[in-house]
Design a binder for this molecule. Structure first.
Ligand code: FCB
Length: 453
């Protein structure tokens, strides 16, 4: 497991970035012709988010993007991963293109390039136009065609300058967490709907890939998954089989079709007639060749057999250890394991960690102490970057890393109560303060290594 050749340095061409998403930071929810998204509707529905928080204002990045780019420069970021809000581009989901929406991303991209920061654009980070949800949302196959239309509109406009594209962010969240668990918009609780949503999402990805290539020459195109690094909670055969089922549910159900294998047979049998109707051609579309795979990693899962649980018959076991403010276990070994497992089992090509980071309850800066001291977050980054380094030394094709998040922001159902930023945001004044972890990260970037280990 450990490797004697691990140095503190990363490969010379390693990419260092920070990440955000449109609904979490932009605000300006009704400005310049932006349409309503499922997250506007959901967050404005009483009881859906903590404290009734919404993304109406968020970090006001829509107005403050110039200053935010200056802060990225100060941090020394080489790349910035952000998402485009579909309802800014096509407020009715399809058809009419909103020029003002395109113009915003035009300015942002130009600003980044001027600052020598490479834009990495995610096309879908969960803000489906509400009007498309009203027509059935992701469980409706036609949403894949709407996504293709949206992809065409935005890539035509900024595809000359943007060369790094991520079709979808974490399709597990926009399917199961949204249509089955109900914690994310639109808040439904129906397993079959979630499975149908996965299929449309994968189709949408597959349809978007050739459109991006057509509108953005020499583009690097990929998708970002939040795989769960799954461990059996014990050595018992029952727990091992349970972990394999959970792996099928969370990981293989996405990876297998993306890499040309269709849905995994063991899971098709388990799901039976819950599997949505598919057309033979779908799987060719879904398996469109990509240039890289994005991985968002936070925490692993320990799975045991639970005959009483529906469908998967699995349960999750709480593991001993340190937990973040999200109640997520800190366990860097799982990042190492994932970075080796995924490219061993699938022809992924280069990997990028498109998100990794931790929420803690930070103390705000004060006139007496204008700094934000977040040693636990720095530790989290240090440990995970060390795990990434070990994985590279042991052969993982990892080529870059994006810290989640560039700034504190609207953490979905948790509203503003969970802070993931390497910059602190005072939501009253919109004042940004680079946290100690941000200063630490900036040294990592400058030296291309972890030099305080
Ligand atoms: C991921 C999301 C991102 C953020 C982090 C904490 O699942 O992609 O928007 O909420 O978790």
């Amino acid at each position: 497991m450990s490797n004697n050749n691990v140095t503190n340095q990363f490969p010379d061409d390693f990419v260092w970035g920070g990440a955000t998403a449109a609904y979490q930071i932009e605000g300006a929810a009704t400005e310049d012709g932006r349409g309503e998204s499922i997250w506007d509707r959901f967050s404005h529905t009483p009881g859906k988010t903590l404290n009734g928080d919404t993304g109406d204002v968020a970090c006001d990045h829509y107005h403050r993007w110039r200053d935010d780019i200056q802060l990225m420069r100060q941090l020394g970021l080489q790349a910035y991963r952000f998402s485009v809000a579909w309802p800014r581009i096509l407020p009715e989901g399809r058809g009419r293109i909103n020029e003002a929406g395109l113009a915003f991303y035009d300015r942002l991209v130009d600003g980044l390039l001027e600052a020598n920061i490479t834009p990495w654009v995610t096309l879908y980070h969960w803000d489906l136009p509400q009007i498309l949800q009203d027509a059935g949302g992701w469980p409706n196959r036609e949403t894949a065609d709407a996504f293709a239309e949206y992809t065409d509109a935005i890539t035509r406009r900024i595809g000359d300058r943007v060369k790094h594209w991520i079709t979808l962010n974490e399709p597990w969240c926009s399917s199961f967490l949204s249509y089955h668990i109900g914690e994310h918009a639109p808040g439904h609780k129906d397993f079959n709907e979630a499975l149908a949503a996965v299929h449309t999402l994968l189709l949408a990805h597959g349809k978007a890939v050739p459109i991006i290539r057509q509108n953005s020459s020499d583009a690097q195109v990929g998708i970002t998954l939040n795989l769960s690094q799954v461990y059996p909670a014990s050595d018992s055969p029952a727990d091992q089989a349970a972990a394999h089922r959970y792996d099928g549910y969370f990981n293989r159900w996405y990876l297998d079709p993306l890499y040309g294998r269709g849905y995994p047979q063991d899971m098709v049998e388990l799901y039976g007639d819950r599997v949505p109707p598919t057309e033979p051609e779908d799987f060719n579309i879904i398996a469109a060749p990509t240039d890289f795979l994005g991985l968002n990693y936070y925490t692993p899962t320990f799975i045991h057999d639970n005959p009483d649980a529906p469908i998967l018959r699995t349960g999750a076991k709480r593991w001993e250890g340190h937990y973040t403010a999200m109640d997520w276990l800190v366990y860097p070994q799982a990042l190492y394991d994932q970075l080796l497992r995924v490219p061993r089992d699938y022809p992924t090509g280069p990997l990028y960690i498109t998100e990794n980071g931790a929420a803690y309850f930070d103390q705000p800066p004060t006139p007496e102490d204008p700094h934000v001291h977040d040693p636990e977050r720095t530790d989290y980054y240090r440990q995970h970057l060390a795990a990434a380094q070990r994985a590279i030394a042991d052969g993982s094709p990892l080529k870059g890393y994006f810290a989640w998040s560039l700034m504190d922001n609207f953490e979905w159902a948790w509203g503003y109560t969970r802070r993931f930023g390497i910059m602190y945001v005072d939501y009253e004044t919109q004042q940004r303060t680079i946290k100690d972890s941000g200063h630490w990260y900036s040294q990592v970037i400058a030296s291309n290594g972890i030099n305080d280990r």
